[in-house]
Design a protein around this ligand. Sequence first.
Ligand code: ZN
Length: 63
Amino acid sequence: MECLNCHTPLEMAPSQLYARCPSCRSLFMNVAGNWQLYPVEKAEQESIERSLGFSNTADESVE
Ligand SMILES: [Zn+2]
C-alpha cells in the first residue's frame, strides 16, 4: 500500500485497518478492502494516531 498523495509506502497501524504516510502525514482507513483518505484536524492528528495504535509521530522516527 502506497500513499494516495505522494506514493510513499504507508506505515500500518496494529489493527491493519489504518495506515499513516511517513512523508506527508496523511491518514488512511481500510473500508471494505479499499483504502480511503481519513481526514483529521492537524491539531488532533497526534492524539488520533496514538488512539489508532501508532507509537510515535512520523517525525520522531526519522532521525
Ligand atoms: Zn504521503
